[in-house]
Design a protein. Sequence first.
Length: 91
Amino acid sequence: RSFVEAECSSKKPRPDLFERMRQLDPDEPTEQEKADGHITKHRWMTFRDKLSSSYTLGFRVDGIAGPGDMKLRQKDFASVRHRDEVVRELQ
């Protein structure tokens, strides 16, 4: 899922999402976000979508389950952004 409309207007501070953002890309937070030590859920989801195929293709794969114990999880797809990468992962 990407995000719902109600999350766009929420201003609730999310220090947990700020830390996750810093772990993924230390240069992404603005100076104000660094000073505040938090971001909003909308800011997180926008950032997360930019890192995935949601930004370029309009969808993202968060996981795949197959027969037996074959599973590919969200972390396997976290940085899959482009069509050729999606196709490669689905083969």
